[in-house]
Design a protein around this ligand. Structure first.
Ligand SMILES: NC(=O)c1ccc[n+]([C@@H]2O[C@H](COP(=O)([O-])OP(=O)(O)OC[C@H]3O[C@@H](n4cnc5c(N)ncnc54)[C@H](OP(=O)(O)O)[C@@H]3O)[C@@H](O)[C@H]2O)c1
Length: 300
């Protein structure tokens, strides 16, 4: 591998952005606004028009785009399109930061492919919507070699002031994103169950929203101690036993039935506590359930 720029990047280091959808466009705008000479490429070239009018340079091919800058940021809705687009011979000595969402296996495979062709690779995840990119609210997490992130931090800070390195394993970003999705969709489905239940009782959902937010905040406060128990593999009761939690969930099932709303989610929650109790965990704290989550699902 040819080390093209072993020193730290600066606030005027050129950068290339490949993929100018909603997010890629926002990324390129943020680099350009901060004064980085910005080269862009998109399959549908017209999406670059505004950026070019604002001073970005349009490359005629992905190969030319990569050649234009030591750092290329990729943001595509199809993770594996990166390998179809980037010419392997253009990667030698270049750094690719992929901010497309994918799986940990895709990230590790792509990192190995870039390394095979002499480049370095970071996988990243954007914790922001496009309009938040480049503002104080934006946060981007990265996985891969720490020294590569350190080298290009002055450039990547244009996207978010808060950059977090998750670890050397390229798969860590995708794994954290998947874990976050598990939390996000579980929370949202719980909110919708509550909304359906209260709606059936004639309660306006807007008045439930602040109560729901308070419940989420209280639950968030338990995470640190639960995490410590899971790391230690010991589950003394901090709040209530699984036996008691099962009764609470049963009340949710009964209220849902009584109001004629869907009981799939409440029954699903109850089934976890039933299984934990059957496994002898009834007197343990709730985080002991992680032992069930660690095993693959039983085929239906
Ligand atoms: N939008 C968000 O709020 C957000 C937040 C965090 C993370 N992300 C992640 O950012 C990535 C992009 O999201 P987005 O919202 O920008 O999506 P988008 O608006 O749909 O844009 C998709 C981009 O991918 C390109 N593309 C897809 N398949 C391609 C292929 N086979 N060859 C060449 N180009 C291809 C599209 O090119 P064309 O323009 O030619 O179709 C376009 O530039 C996703 O992985 C998403 O999960 C998005």
């Amino acid at each position: 591998m040819t080390i093209q720029n072993p020193t730290s990047a600066t606030s005027t280091t050129p950068v290339t952005v490949i993929g100018l959808g909603l997010m890629g466009h926002a990324l390129a705008s943020a680099f350009r606004r901060d004064g980085h000479p910005t080269t862009v490429w998109n399959r549908t070239a017209a999406k670059a028009d505004q950026l070019v009018a604002d001073g970005a340079k349009l490359a005629t091919s992905p190969r030319d785009a990569v050649a234009a800058s030591p750092l290329t940021v990729v943001c595509l809705s199809e993770y594996d399109a990166l390998r179809e687009l980037l010419a392997p011979e253009a990667l030698d000595g270049r750094t690719v930061v992929n901010l497309s969402s994918g799986t940990s296996a895709q990230a590790r495979d792509t990192a190995a492919w870039v390394a095979k062709h002499g480049g370095s690779y970071l996988d990243g995840g954007i914790l922001a919507v496009p309009e938040g990119v480049g503002t104080a609210e934006a946060k981007v997490v990265y996985s891969g070699p720490r020294e590569v992130l350190d080298q290009y931090e002055p450039v990547l800070r244009s996207l978010a002031p808060d950059n977090q390195h998750l670890g050397e394993d390229h798969g860590l970003t995708a794994l954290h994103e998947a874990a976050f999705l598990a939390i996000m969709y579980s929370l949202l489905n719980g909110f919708l169950q509550g909304a359906a239940l209260l709606g059936a009782a004639g309660v306006n959902v807007s008045s439930f929203a602040p109560v729901a937010a308070m419940g989420i905040q209280v639950t968030t406060g338990w995470l640190g101690a639960y995490a410590e128990q899971i790391d230690n593999g010991e589950y003394p009761v901090l709040d209530a036993t699984i036996d008691v939690q099962r009764t609470a969930i049963e009340n949710l099932v009964r209220e849902s039935e009584a109001h004629g709303v869907n009981t799939d989610l409440p029954n699903h929650l109850k089934s976890w506590t039933d299984r934990a109790i059957a496994a002898g965990l009834g007197n343990s704290g709730y985080p002991a359930l992680v032992q069930l989550f660690r095993h693959p699902s039983t085929p239906a």
